[in-house]
Design a protein around this ligand. Structure first.
Ligand code: ZN
Length: 199
């Protein structure tokens, strides 16, 4: 994180990214979106203090059935609220962390809707951010994410010759973020040595 900061990368919030994609609002130079999947306690214990010290926003995507569950490696609701107070946003990583593309329509929609509702009810605010488990998405799942009310959804792509890259200068793609709203401009943002592709 200190390296990112020292090298002129600017951590941005989901809202900043959403406003840039949908309204053309400017982003700081070399923007990066810092995200954590699955909701392990080490996000609170290890990452959050470093991020707070460096004033870097981030997002933690939660598997809702594991919050306050029997496995102590996952965050509790109380910890989740502490995480938010410390500047880490919360997003959904579905209810059970199954690959949504392998599920029926009803199952996939339930994963998206129920996880969002649970987070919103327990945290007391809207949760419009989503990370697809295993990066699993296709046009059907993206449509369901929109229908469930998500504004932004992220997936993962590795490798150096990613063909869905929408930015002409991209040579490598670490992750791809696509707005769930249909009419959005496309833009690029650098992510470390790789590229965060928005579009
Ligand atoms: Zn995951």
């Amino acid at each position: 994180m200190a390296w990112l900061k020292a090298h002129g990368r600017h951590a941005i919030t989901q809202k900043q990214l959403y406003d840039a994609l949908t309204r053309g609002r400017p982003l700081p130079p070399h923007p990066v979106l810092i995200t954590f999947d699955d909701g392990y306690r080490n996000v609170l214990e290890n990452a959050a203090p470093v991020l707070a010290r460096l004033h870097m926003p981030a997002t933690a995507y939660m598997i809702t059935e594991r919050i306050s569950g029997p496995d102590p490696s996952f965050l509790t609701w109380r910890m989740l609220r502490a995480l938010e107070r410390g500047g880490v946003e919360v997003g959904s990583h579905t209810v059970t962390h199954r690959d949504l593309t392998s599920l029926s329509d009803a199952q996939a929609l339930a994963e998206l809707v129920k996880s969002k509702r649970t987070l919103e009810r327990r945290l007391g605010h809207r949760v419009p951010w989503l990370a697809y488990p295993f990066g699993g998405e296709d046009p059907r799942i993206v449509a369901f994410a929109r229908r469930a009310g998500y504004a932004l959804a992220v997936t993962t792509h590795s490798g150096s010759d990613h063909t869905r890259t929408t930015c002409s200068d991209s040579t490598g793609t670490q992750s791809s973020t696509r707005p769930a709203s249909p009419a959005s401009p496309r833009s690029c943002a650098e992510l470390d040595e790789n590229k965060l592709v928005l579009g």
